[in-house]
Design a protein around this ligand. Structure first.
Ligand SMILES: [Zn+2]
Ligand SMILES: [Zn+2]
Length: 132
């Protein structure tokens, strides 16, 4: 069996539980990672960005360097997935985008966060509960 995207042959491990793209095509682990996963800067685990399309909150840590003009506080924010380009969500973040449902949750900073980043769902929940 070949990966639909890069056409590499899937190895035995990949074949056991193959990843699929949005159109149900089988893809290899590498392609899945590049297209669908992000590493959480806090726990360093990978998470599937397609979970953003569920009802779960998207968690964003806004870094203080992105708050220069004082209109946005650094800390934990949550939002809903709305087909945004998630890169833009981060790099365009000197202000709160008015067309997006995003809100300040609590003050938070970590030495592991060096710029505005998405974090995984578990770490977001942990920060809310004060366990981070
Ligand atoms: Zn591939
Ligand atoms: Zn995490």
């Amino acid at each position: 069996m070949k990966c639909f995207k890069c056409c590499d042959e899937l190895d035995l491990e990949e074949l056991e539980n193959p990843y699929k793209d949005d159109n149900d095509n089988i893809i290899c682990d590498d392609c899945h990672f590049y297209d669908y996963e992000m590493i959480c800067p806090l726990c360093e685990d990978a998470f599937d960005i397609r979970d953003f399309k569920t009802d779960k909150n998207v968690w964003i840590i806004v870094h203080k360097n992105d708050c220069d003009d004082g209109t946005v506080k650094p800390g934990l924010y949550s939002g809903k997935y709305d087909d945004f380009n998630y890169d833009e969500y981060i790099t365009g973040f000197g202000y709160l985008p008015e067309d997006r449902d995003i809100r300040f949750v609590k003050e938070y900073s970590s030495s592991k966060i060096e710029y505005t980043r998405f974090i995984c769902f578990d770490c977001g929940e942990n920060i809310i509960r004060g366990e981070e």
